[in-house]
Design a protein around this ligand. Structure first.
Ligand code: ATP
Length: 271
């Protein structure tokens, strides 16, 4: 019976420096997760309900990346679930999948559960075709689990991501649930793209003539982090191809070009 396939949660290896151009959001999300961990005595009071973070905005802007980076930074295990994966046609299975997720996270504390495509897991109740059916029960189960967190330990966090916050069940956004809404969007500034380029090429050997700002200026203003990723992957490919050729011509050297021999030049970035 096709239960949700859950991997083993582990600390990701996305570094803080891998996330470019989202300084403000980075600061807020880090505070939200890190402060309660560092100052448990201040945050364990019943007076203060915990906060789940909801990252919203267009696709490819770094929501998943950011969630992983904060888990890495705070040494938290990371359990990622895509909304549609949990939905099962068998009666009662979807709610059980939701319970299983939280159970798994509890046994992997300290842990963050990342709900990608949250809108498909928790649409406004009564809105789906099978009103009162499976989706409504999934939302209710999710709320029960989230509310259960506050009585539990301080080291279990929830981060949601969605492109359509307007579709979510509004009960999900109440205090103590996903009540910290952070917009992750695209910025038309060239300096925003330059910072993402810098983050993504930080392990590349760039030719000294490469100006990431001028690459950024040549990109369309609506370019997302994911678009820049594709651009950088292409640039690396061009450079790698060239370095393999160089090695073929220079027969006095070994035929194996290694990653250290790949020098990315400005013309490799074809924007
Ligand atoms: P979706 O809504 O489609 O899930 P998302 O906002 O979660 O999108 P990510 O999966 O985080 O987007 O981004 C896709 C890829 O694009 C990342 O793995 C990364 O390589 C790159 N990327 C996106 N945003 C950034 C950023 N701000 N800095 C560095 N790389 C980025």
């Amino acid at each position: 019976r096709n239960r949700a396939a859950l991997g083993t949660p582990k600390v990701p290896n996305v570094k803080w420096e891998d996330v470019g151009g989202l300084e403000e959001v980075k600061k807020v999300i880090l505070d939200t997760i890190q402060l309660p961990l560092m100052y448990k005595h201040l945050f364990s009071s019943k007076l203060r309900k915990r906060s789940g973070v909801l990252l919203y905005g267009p696709p490819g802007t770094g929501k998943t990346l950011l969630a992983k980076a904060v888990a890495t930074e705070c040494s938290l295990n990371f359990l990622s679930v895509k909304g549609p994966e949990l939905i099962n046609m068998y009666v009662g299975e979807s709610e059980k999948n939701v319970r299983d997720i939280f159970e798994k996270a509890r046994s992997a504390r300290p842990c963050v559960i990342f709900f990608d495509e949250l809108d498909s897991l928790a649409p406004a109740r009564g809105s789906s075709a099978d009103s009162g059916g499976v989706m409504d029960r999934v939302v209710s189960q999710l709320l029960v689990e989230i509310d259960g967190l506050s009585d539990n330990s301080q080291d279990l966090f929830i981060i949601g991501a969605t492109n359509r916050p307007d579709l979510l069940d509004s009960a999900l956004l109440r205090p103590g649930r996903f009540d910290k809404l952070l917009y992750v969007g695209v910025n038309a500034d060239a300096s925003y793209r330059e910072r993402i380029l810098k983050a993504q090429t930080r392990k590349y050997k760039l030719h000294r003539n490469v100006s990431l700002l001028s690459v950024a200026q040549r990109c369309p203003p609506n370019f997302t982090g994911a678009d820049i990723y594709a651009l950088c992957a292409d640039a690396w490919f061009h450079a790698a191809k060239r370095s393999v050729k160089t090695f073929e011509i220079d027969t006095s050297r070994s035929n194996d070009a290694s990653a250290e021999d790949v020098i990315v030049e400005i013309d490799d970035f074809i924007t």
